[in-house]
Design a protein around this ligand. Structure first.
Ligand SMILES: NC(=O)c1ccc[n+]([C@@H]2O[C@H](COP(=O)([O-])OP(=O)(O)OC[C@H]3O[C@@H](n4cnc5c(N)ncnc54)[C@H](OP(=O)(O)O)[C@@H]3O)[C@@H](O)[C@H]2O)c1
Length: 339
């Protein structure tokens, strides 16, 4: 099959999930040539219909045979699926953009936020890891600070919405919330997110940490190419539906003026500054929902290091945190390769 024909086929694994649905919506808005679209999911979704660019497509049960001749394969299914089948899709000659954690820390696979490190994508390997939602929005802001002031230390606490844990978890939060409002149920306070915050995201990792925290720390180091960066994350799931917030303190190498940072970020691609404390204007997850930018506000001196800064950063975890970043990677490669 020629490169020309490959260019026309997009396979989407996990097409019925939250990220898969957001990829469909995002691909509608971006100029990636698609003549055939193949949505895949588990057996339970077989036969469902997905509307894409004015046509109806039937969801098929996942099978790697659909990778044949595809130019793009987006993975937004379960981690195990990516681990096993991304290499299969890449061996068929497709560009593979994977939303799972399977290849993010693989030294051979680029971990890409296009506005920071698109140049890490060569022509091989063809598996490109899309970073974790919390990592992308943080890295977009930290890259600007690294480039202008030097970055010594980062302390971040996340306020991650329920959709970050997938469609079933989001539905459970909504059901549990109705249960609480209806005055009952035996919801376990340590596990149910309804009217609660859970400082335990992912699985238990090393040194009394959770995997989401380790992921965030390692991924940010890799994206920013700062292997020795001191970074400490506390990840908290909060009962918002969509949009992750992060409270961040950084120590910089050079003196930093919050007014200069506001100007710098306001001129940065993909970033919106909303920072008018007098009028109580700052970004919130509700406002970031269904929008593309990384929003930043509450920019101020932290007052704990000689050169430091504190800020609050928010983005739609399903868009810039997943689907939008994935589609931006594909569009950028397509453009780079002259298509
Ligand atoms: N949610 C976020 O904010 C976010 C952000 C960044 C990265 N990610 C990553 O993106 C991926 C998808 O997340 P999500 O939130 O969209 O999850 P989700 O809502 O739970 O969707 C999972 C998708 O995977 C499909 N799937 C599950 N098992 C499958 C199997 N054995 N074969 C084929 N398809 C299968 C599901 O199909 P059915 O509907 O048929 O079950 C569904 O389409 C995960 O790796 C996640 O870590 C998520």
């Amino acid at each position: 099959m020629s490169e020309d024909k490959k260019q026309e086929i997009v396979v989407l694994v996990g097409a019925t999930g939250l990220v898969g649905t957001a990829i469909v919506r995002t691909l509608e808005r971006f100029p990636l040539p698609v003549n055939n679209f193949i949505p895949l999911a588990s057996l339970r979704s077989k036969g469902k219909n997905i509307q894409f660019r004015g046509k109806n497509y039937t969801v098929r049960e996942f099978d790697p045979k659909y990778f044949k001749d595809a130019r793009w394969v987006f993975f937004s299914g379960k981690d195990g699926l990516s681990e096993e089948f991304c290499p299969v899709a890449a061996s068929e000659g497709a560009w593979v953009i994977d939303n799972s954690a399977s290849f993010r820390m693989n030294p051979d696979c680029p971990l890409v936020v296009p506005e920071i490190n698109l140049d890490s994508v060569g022509s091989d390997p063809r598996i490109i890891a899309n970073p974790n939602c919390s990592s992308i929005q943080l890295a977009v802001i930290l890259a600007k600070i690294r480039d202008n002031y030097g970055l010594e230390r980062v302390i971040v606490s996340t306020y991650q919405s329920a959709s970050g844990a997938g469609g079933d978890y989001l539905e459970k939060l909504i059901n549990d919330s109705y249960t609480v409002l209806d005055g009952g149920g035996n919801l376990v306070p340590g596990t149910s997110l309804a009217f609660n915050c859970i400082p335990a995201v992912g699985t238990i990792s090393e040194n009394y940490r959770f995997s989401e925290e380790t992921k965030l720390e390692n991924e940010v180091r890799k994206i920013l190419e700062l292997d020795e960066l001191k970074i400490s994350a506390t990840a908290v799931r909060v009962p918002t539906l969509v949009g992750h917030g992060e409270s961040v303190v950084v120590e910089t190498s050079k003196p930093v003026d919050p007014d200069d940072v506001r100007k710098l970020l306001a001129e940065s691609d993909g970033v919106k500054v909303l920072d008018d404390i007098e009028n109580r204007i700052f970004p919130t997850p509700r406002q970031a929902e269904n929008t593309d930018p990384v929003w930043v506000g509450r920019i101020r001196k932290a007052g704990v290091f000689e050169n430091d800064l504190a800020f609050w950063v928010v983005a739609d975890n399903l868009l810039k945190g997943a689907a939008l970043n994935a589609v931006q990677i594909a569009v950028a490669i397509n453009k780079r390769d002259g298509n």
